[in-house]
Ligand binder design. Structure first.
Ligand SMILES: [Zn+2]
Length: 287
């Protein structure tokens, strides 16, 4: 084998390895350690609306009355540095009954960060969330959805799940171009236990913010109830307990509706669907 061929092979293998690591870091359904939640296993028509980044005053002023008018409790994955600047907004969210989640302190990409850096990001933001008066479980969602080995390891050590999503309308430029486009993308894709991610905190995402009432109204008309991420995870537990009580013998997976599939299995099954999107979208789960 010539030297040039060897170099070419090494380059090709390195490229493939980089690509595999990139796909792994962006996967919504698989991580090496701990539990990753793209959707929850439940037979109830429950759905979680989640908002990333912020808090910002302009977004909350517009959004909170619309959520309240529709009786919707959402989950806000906030960044520590923004919450530190506006602790009053964190309190406002808690008083309105919404769930607060940790979206890191600095909104840095976490894939190649050290355990020390990640722990500090988690700790500082947890503290600010507690200062806002939130007393429930603080779930975590990685900035840009990226993680590799260290972040899942740190989260697993803290017995925390990585909360992802299965519906991400504003990650596709053509969908996010209009609020009607976002609503039309979301409605047919929602299944019991779905987690919708939206970015509504900054003016650049005005179509996402405008789409919220349309998403809620259409899904409520279809019989869906909006719950927080914690409530959704609890429904999974109750649903599993009920299944266990009713069926002492192990039941075969119901592959037809995908509902009885364990979260881990769901991840593996839907990985193929997600792989299609990996690397082809713009602004995926960005700010
Ligand atoms: Zn973000």
């Amino acid at each position: 084998m010539s030297k040039t061929t060897k170099i070419l092979i090494v380059l090709l293998v390195s490229l493939m390895l980089c690509r595999a690591l990139w796909n792994l870091s962006k996967s919504e359904t698989y991580q090496v350690f701990g539990e990753i939640i793209p959707r929850v296993q439940t037979e109830e028509k429950l759905v979680a609306l989640t908002f990333d980044d912020g808090p910002t005053q302009a977004a909350l002023d517009e959004l909170l009355p619309k959520l309240q008018a529709r009786g919707v409790k959402a989950t806000f994955f906030l960044t520590g540095n923004e919450l530190q600047r506006r602790p009053d907004l964190g309190k406002k969210l808690v008083e309105a009954g919404h769930e607060l989640g940790n979206h890191s302190y600095s909104h840095s990409r976490m894939a190649f960060k050290t355990a020390g850096f990640i722990k500090e990001e988690l700790r500082k933001t947890d503290e600010l969330i507690r200062d806002a008066g939130y007393t429930g479980t603080i779930h975590f969602r990685p900035p840009y959805g990226t993680k590799l080995l260290v972040l899942p390891y740190v989260l697993a050590n803290q017995q925390r799940k990585t909360i992802m999503w299965d519906i991400e309308p504003d990650s596709y430029d053509d969908v996010a171009a209009s609020s009607a486009g976002i609503v039309n993308h979301v409605i047919p894709r929602v299944k019991p236990g779905s987690i919708i991610i939206l970015h509504v905190m900054y003016p650049s995402r005005s179509t996402s913010k405008a789409a919220v009432p349309g998403i809620i109204d259409a899904l409520q008309a279809k019989g869906y109830r909006f719950v927080t991420v914690s409530e959704l995870l609890n429904s999974q537990k109750i649903s599993s307990d009920l299944t266990a009580q009713q069926s002492p013998q192990p039941q075969p997976w119901n592959l037809a509706d995908g509902i009885r599939i364990k979260t881990g299995q769901l991840g593996k099954m839907s990985a193929a669907r997600h792989v299609i999107g990996i690397g082809t979208e713009t602004g995926r789960a960005g700010r």
